[in-house]
Design a protein around this ligand. Structure first.
Ligand code: CA
Length: 436
């Protein structure tokens, strides 16, 4: 059972269709548990019926209106049957972390939360302390943060803990309380956000080019002067017209598709990137990706995902593939072994930013479409901190309006011109822009 509290009550909380929300944990403090996106079945895809809301993204004193689209699965049961998901939207800037203090079922140990906050900055520290109201016997206690051992103790003295070197995101604290070799466990969670205040960037349109209106764009990247485009077989929001997943060579100035390899109907194409003269392409739910010869589009390899996640956006930093999965995570993946190298959690100074979608790595930063927002976040790939935001929502009104017109998704950087190219799903235009 989900509970919303305070400001979060207007947040549309929707349980996942598959009921993945854990119920075994009992949180007895601050019942503000909003499901994290990674706990859902993903944020879905275009083609789902949508209702727009306009939450306020509060970057300290800067207010940016970003259009979020709340996908409510029961609007369209056909879509639900197809995608098997329910999603919710997070009002970034108002969502603060959930803090749970799970009492142990076999004794009354619990974390002392009276001096704890829900959200912390990297330069802050806390004191973690257990309460033992029944004076239950124990031999020793081991404290952990995100499964990394902090220290052990023989008594209930407070343990200082600094967040300085931690990844942004959830900080799951665990105490293992040992008594005669048997361990009981209690948990609590706070959230670590960045202290970086995002810069609000603007853009200037330099050129407008044709774009295949049937392209359900999922990946966009230049290989020299050829635009590499990956498309998915999503359904249009208005007519239900199904697209075709593909990998393409496109003349970006004319919109002409120069070369195309289509995927079978059971494969939903997703993000794509070029590294070492190979194209890497993700699939949404097939748990596998493909490697192509960049010039011939011959498929060279099929690789499995390193774990059971969805495939969303893909880019690379020249060494590793950077993969998003619909949550606030960006994974770094070895392009040869396809094993996970590292990951970051994407955060502003107020909340996590889920639904990281199509990405582009430019000059040491990740530019990422935030699904359903028509906006791009500029992310520090070392920390996950959002350092800038560009609101591209005005572009959508400049393309031909038709029933299957869908969200902005597609960002590519042309090294030769030093400009970005932006398009969307089933958009008939692509915009060359300069970011100011
Ligand atoms: Ca891209």
């Amino acid at each position: 059972m989900l509970k919303c509290c305070g400001l979060l009550c207007f947040l549309k909380c929707v349980e996942t269709k598959n009921g993945k929300r854990p119920t075994s944990h009992r949180y007895n403090l601050i019942p503000c548990c909003v499901p994290a996106l990674e706990e859902s079945e993903g944020a879905g895809r275009v083609g789902l019926a949508a209702a727009n809301i306009q939450p306020i993204l509060n970057f300290t004193n800067l207010i940016v209106q970003i259009k979020y689209t709340l996908y409510i699965a029961d609007i369209n049961s056909n879509v639900m049957n197809k995608y098997n998901i329910l999603t919710f939207s997070i009002l970034a800037g108002l969502l603060i972390g959930c803090k749970g203090n799970e009492k142990n079922e076999e004794n009354n140990f619990s974390f002392d939360s009276k001096n704890l906050k829900q959200v912390y900055l990297p330069n802050e520290s806390i004191e973690i302390k257990l309460l033992n109201p029944d004076n239950s016997a124990f031999d020793s206690i081991v404290y952990l943060n995100n499964d990394q051992r902090i220290q052990s103790a023989k008594d209930l003295s407070a343990v200082p803990y600094s967040f300085l070197n931690n990844k942004l995101g959830y900080q799951n604290f665990k105490a293992l309380i040992y008594d005669h070799g048997k361990a009981n466990e209690v948990n609590m969670r706070v959230e670590l956000v960045t202290d970086v205040q995002p810069e609000i960037k603007t853009f200037t349109i330099l050129n407008t080019y044709p774009h295949d209106q049937k392209a359900y764009t999922q990946g966009l990247e230049f290989y020299g002067e050829i635009m590499i485009e990956s498309t998915g077989n999503g359904e249009g929001v208005g007519t239900g017209t199904k697209g075709k997943s593909s990998i393409r060579h496109v003349n970006y100035k004319t919109g002409e598709v120069l070369k195309k390899v289509e995927l079978t109907d059971d494969v939903f194409g997703e993000g794509a990137t070029v590294l070492n003269d190979k194209i890497y392409q993700l699939t949404w739910l097939n748990l596998e990706g493909y490697v192509y010869d960049v010039k011939t589009l011959e498929r060279l390899k099929t690789f499995p995902y390193f774990k059971k996640i969805q495939g969303w956006g893909l880019t690379n930093d020249g060494t590793n593939l950077l993969m998003s999965d619909g949550t606030e995570k960006i994974y770094f993946m070895n392009p040869e072994t396809f094993k996970e190298v590292d990951y970051i959690n994407v955060y502003t100074n107020s909340s996590k930013i889920p639904a990281i979608n199509e990405m582009e790595y430019v000059d040491g930063k990740v530019y990422a479409n935030i699904y359903t927002t028509d906006s791009v976040a500029i992310i520090n790939p070392k920390t996950g901190a959002v350092e800038g935001v560009i609101d591209f929502s005005s572009l959508k009104s400049k393309v031909s309006q038709h029933p299957d017109l869908d969200v902005l998704n597609g960002i590519a950087y042309n090294k030769k011109t030093g400009t970005f190219f932006i398009t969307g799903k089933n958009w008939d235009k692509m915009f060359e822009v300069k970011i100011n």
